[in-house]
Design a protein around this ligand. Sequence first.
Ligand code: SF4
Length: 68
Amino acid sequence: MAGDTGLCGMCAWADAVRSAHGSVFLRCRRSEAEPERFAKYPRLPRLECEGFEAVRKPAEGIEPSTSH
Ligand code: SF4
């Protein structure tokens, strides 16, 4: 995924979804249970999120954020 994904790129709840046109989107699985709190396709980069849970490796297909 191009650009900086922020927290979502390192979050256990994020899935990478590839469209028919080849674009890659990041989907937040927390939106399934709590759509009023979490967007299905969060606007990136997301710099703060109360639902963030870190994973040891980035979500598949998503480049980790390199800026600190
Ligand atoms: S919980 Fe927050 S940081 Fe994690 S994928 Fe959803 S919007 Fe992104």
